[in-house]
Every structure is written in C-alpha cells, then in structure tokens.
Unconditional design. Structure first.
Lengths: 380, 170
C-alpha cells in the first residue's frame, strides 16, 4: 500500500522532471533555430533527427505546430476553416474571425478591434501602435476563442451524443427482452466492460452505481478524442486529449468527485493513520496529503504525455522524409509511422481504460469501509 | 534559466479549460440523464430477467423431475394395483367356480338323498300298504276261517285258551 503510494509519487516526480527536461531541450532547440550559426552538439545528441536544420524546414516547429492548438482548422491544400476568436477585454466581449489575423498572402497582420490584436506564437496578444506586444494589456485579455481543439472537442461531443443517445434509445424501442442490435450492440459491451471490469471491482457492488455516469462519460470522452486525434485530417487532426488543458479539466473533475464522495475513513487514513504510533501518524499525514493531489496530477500527466508522445513519434517519423529530402526515405518512414499508428490505436484505448480504472480505484479508495478493530485492539 | 521558462505544451490555456469544462459538464448531464441511466437500468433489468428465467428454468426442471418421479411411482402403483386386481379377480372367479362346484355337488347329494329318502318312504309306504292289505286279507281269511271253525263251542273255548296261553308267553 505505502510502497504503491511512494511508487506513484516517484513516477509523478520523474515524469515532472522528464517534462521539465524536455522543456530545456526544446528551449535549447529554439536557441539553435534562432542562431543558425551555432548548432549545439548536445542538442543533436538529445534529439537526433529533430534538431537538424535543413534549409527552411524546421522539424521542431513543424511537430509543435501539429501538436499545439490553432485558430484555424486545416482541411486540404490551402483551404482552412477560420475559427472565431472570442475575447473578453476591459471593453467587453469581442468576436471576430481568425481570418482577420492574416492578409491575402497569409502573412500575419494586426487586427484593429477594441484594441489592436496580433497572433504571436498562436496566442492573441495586444499590440501597441508600433506593433510591439503590450504585455500589460495582454494579461488583461481573456481569450475564450473557439480554437481547433475546442472545435474538435465539440465534434467529439456531438459524435458521442449521437452514438450514445441512439444506443440508449434502442433500449426504449426494443425493450430489454430482445438482444441488442446495431450501434447498441457495439456500445453495450463497452458499457458492460466499464461496469464489470472497472467500476465494480474497484468501487464495490454497493456503491458503484452512483459513479457509473461519471466513469462512462470520462471513458467515452477520452476514447473518442484519442481516436479523433489519430485521424490525420478533418474532422480529426486536433490533439485534444494530448492537450494539458483537457487532461487537467478531467483530473480536476476526478479530484472533485473523489474528495466529495470520500467518507470519514478516507480522511482518517490521510490525517491520522489508524493502527500506527503517533510519531508515524505525524510523519504519514503530509505524505498522504500530498497523495491526495498527486493522484489526479498523475492522471493528468499520464494521459497528456502518452498521447502527445504518440503524436510526436508519428510526426517525427514522417519528418524523416523532409529531413533527408528524398522520397526514398518514406520507404522507412511510412511503414514505421503506420506501425506506430497501430500501436497508437492500442494506446488510445489503453489510456482511456487506465484513466477510468485509476479514477474508479481512487473513488473506491475514498469510499472503502475499513475494518481494523483488531489492529486497534493490538495497538491499545 | 530555461527551466523557469515553461514549455507552452504543459501550460493549460484558459480558453481551452473553459470550453473543456463546459463540454464535459454538458456531456455528463445530458448523457447521465438520457443515456447512462436508462441504458444501465435496461442492462440491469435484462440481467435480472435472464437470471430469473434461468432460476425459473431450473425450478421447472426440478418440478418436472419430481413430476416424472411421481408419475413413475403412480404408474408403478397402478401396475401393482392392476396385478393385485387381476389376481383377486382370478381368485374370486376360481373361488366362485369352486363354490359353484361344491354347491352343485351338495345339491346333487341332497337331491340324491332326498330321492333316496322318497324312494325309501314310498317303498316303506308300499310295503306297509302291502302289509296292510296282506294283513287285511289274512284277517279276512282268518275271520272266515274262525267263523267257520268257531261254530262249535268247545273248539272256541279251546282256542281262546290256547290264545290266552300264547299271551302269557308274550
């Protein structure tokens, strides 16, 4: 039990270190990109093929561009959907198309709204008359634009609603006596899987029913977005489940559900571990308290890192073609990319499964009825 | 220096968080109300139905088995009864025949005895009749003889005397 806690703590800290380290690497790359004369050997060693700069093609930028959020959704060729920008400023709400950030030659321009706005690295910033970013004014800006990720999220929500509601309606039409048909027979095993493999073993037969809607919604939302993220073109292509905002929102929801549903036993085990010496209790309390937060944080980082890593991997493999600037490189790159893509299909399901299972486990831990009368008796 | 600069990848965008939260809450509310509850209820109902049906089938099977057992015992009993009935009937008929035979025999014996008795009686009657007639005749003859013989007194007295002597001897 404690070993597991420490292990998860260790994993979280390690992944944090890994992410921070990757920040260093990417930052280094940016330096390299900025200063083309100094190609750092260390950076090359860390990211072997991504750091090479070949003419105008920049691998890091290309990959990050695909992973990051955007104000337009690329369809094909030069056709894109320009999504609306929604801003809240001190002068109220403002809505305009992101097309306004570009001129006819696809060069970034300043849009003159309530303030002067400009896109800087994909983010809307306020600029002054000279065209320089006004950081003070930019901080006042609340950007709730419908970006590519938001649009993709809406698409996935729409898909889930259509599929699940039609499956649910089938029960109303055919009743429960007939065997499931069509979409219903596709959804039912998944619902049963979530119930019988995730909810009941982790939460218990008595209390699982209350948490089923939450678990099922989380599972289907992650699964749909993972799969949509693997589709390389519209309506996929966005990296919703590999976005930290998405996973953070889910983790916060899990945190709320777990801690609101938690019973007295759970808090007792956190702040005043029964069956221990008082000094041990004092020692364990802060660790357990940290555990309350690391559990959802680990969920957040796990999903984000797995999906993002998958996308980076596939993109890196495709980038090999552009790095070598020869079509023959695709002989290696494409099979590998397909191979990783197939693995990503597995990962897409696996991550939805793991997220839901761990959520169910945390809920189960928070709702467990402990019986340690014998332990207390031994202690006193 | 670079560590302090947070990678934009791990920096959650406030707009995304906002829309994500709305999307998730909407999804949770709509699906929770219109999909998961009826779906889970239907699945549970079906499972309960199947379980009940299985239980009922088992019960039915047991019932049928007991019924069969009962049938068999009933059948066996009926067979036994039939056998005893037949046996009894046979015995009764045999007894009847035997009785009839015995009765017939006894009747025959009785009739025979009656007949013999009647023959005997008639024979006796005939003999008596014959005796009476013979007696009558003898008396007649004797009367006639006596009448003729007792015409003289001496002989009459001698005869009475003789008779008297004969009576004494008796």
């Amino acid at each position: 039990m404690y070993l597991n806690r420490f292990k998860s703590l260790l994993v979280v800290s390690l992944s944090l270190v890994a992410i921070l380290f990757s920040t260093v690497v990417m930052a280094n790359e940016n330096v390299v990109v900025a200063d083309t004369n100094k190609v750092a050997a260390a950076t090359e060693a860390a990211v072997p093929h991504a750091a090479k700069e070949e003419g105008e093609f920049n691998v890091t930028e290309t990959i990050l561009e695909h992973i990051k959020d955007d104000h337009s959704w690329h369809l094909w060729g030069h056709t894109s959907i320009y999504l609306p920008v929604i801003l809240h400023t001190s002068k109220g709400f403002e809505v305009f198309s992101s097309e306004k950030f570009m001129n006819e030659h696809h060069e970034p321009v300043v849009y003159h709204g309530n303030f002067d706005y400009k896109l800087v690295e994909g983010k809307t910033k306020v600029v002054n008359a000279a065209g320089e970013v006004d950081e003070e004014a930019s901080k006042q800006l609340l950007d709730i634009s419908i970006t590519k990720n938001v649009a993709s999220l809406f698409v996935s929500v729409l898909i889930i609603l259509i599929v699940i509601l039609s499956a649910a309606n089938a029960y109303k039409k055919t009743g429960v006596t007939t065997a499931p048909k069509g979409i219903q027979s596709l959804m039912e095993p998944i619902v049963l899987f979530v119930r019988d493999e995730l909810a009941i073993p982790n939460i218990g037969k008595k209390k699982y029913a209350k948490f089923m809607p939450f678990l099922l919604t989380v599972f289907f939302l992650i699964l749909t977005n993972n799969f949509l993220g693997l589709i390389p073109f519209f309506p996929g292509g966005a990296n919703v489940s590999g976005n930290i905002a998405f996973t953070m929102m889910l983790a916060v929801c899990v945190f709320i559900v777990v801690n609101l549903s938690a019973n007295k036993n759970y808090w007792e085990h956190i702040f005043w571990m029964p069956g221990m010496h008082w000094s041990m209790k004092l020692f364990l309390a802060p660790i357990e308290l940290i555990g309350v937060f690391t559990k959802p944080i680990s969920l957040m980082i796990r999903l984000f890192a797995n999906i993002t890593a998958g996308h980076i991997l596939v993109l890196s493999l495709i980038c090999i073609i552009f790095i070598f600037k020869t079509v023959f490189a695709s002989a290696i790159a494409v099979p590998f990319a397909v191979f990783i893509g197939v693995i990503e299909l597995l990962v897409a399901f696996l991550q939805a499964y793991i997220f839901t299972m761990l959520t169910a486990m945390y809920i189960g831990m928070a709702n467990e009825e402990h019986h340690h009368e014998h332990a207390d008796a031994a202690h006193h | 220096m670079f560590i302090l600069e947070i990678n934009p990848l791990v920096l959650p965008d406030i707009g995304l968080v906002f829309w994500n939260t709305i999307a998730f809450v909407v999804l949770l509310v709509i699906l929770g109300k219109f999909a998961w509850k009826p779906m889970l209820k239907a699945i549970l109902d079906r499972e309960n139905g199947i379980e009940e049906a299985l239980l009922r089938a088992d019960k039915m099977k047991a019932e049928i088995a007991t019924m069969q057992n009962e049938n068999e015992t009933l059948l066996a009993k009926a067979r036994e009864e039939r056998a005893t009935l037949i046996k009894e009937a046979k015995e009764a008929s045999e007894k009847m025949i035997a009785d009839a035979k015995e009765k017939a025999k006894s009747e025959y014996d009785r009739i025979l005895a009656d007949a013999q008795l009647a023959i005997q009686q008639q024979k006796n009657a005939a003999i008596t009749d014959v005796k009476n007639q013979v007696g009558g005749l003898v008396i007649d003859v004797a009367e006639k003889i006596l009448r003729k013989e007792l015409s003289n007194k001496a002989e009459q007295e001698a005869y009475i005397k003789q008779l008297a002597e004969g009576v004494k001897l008796n």
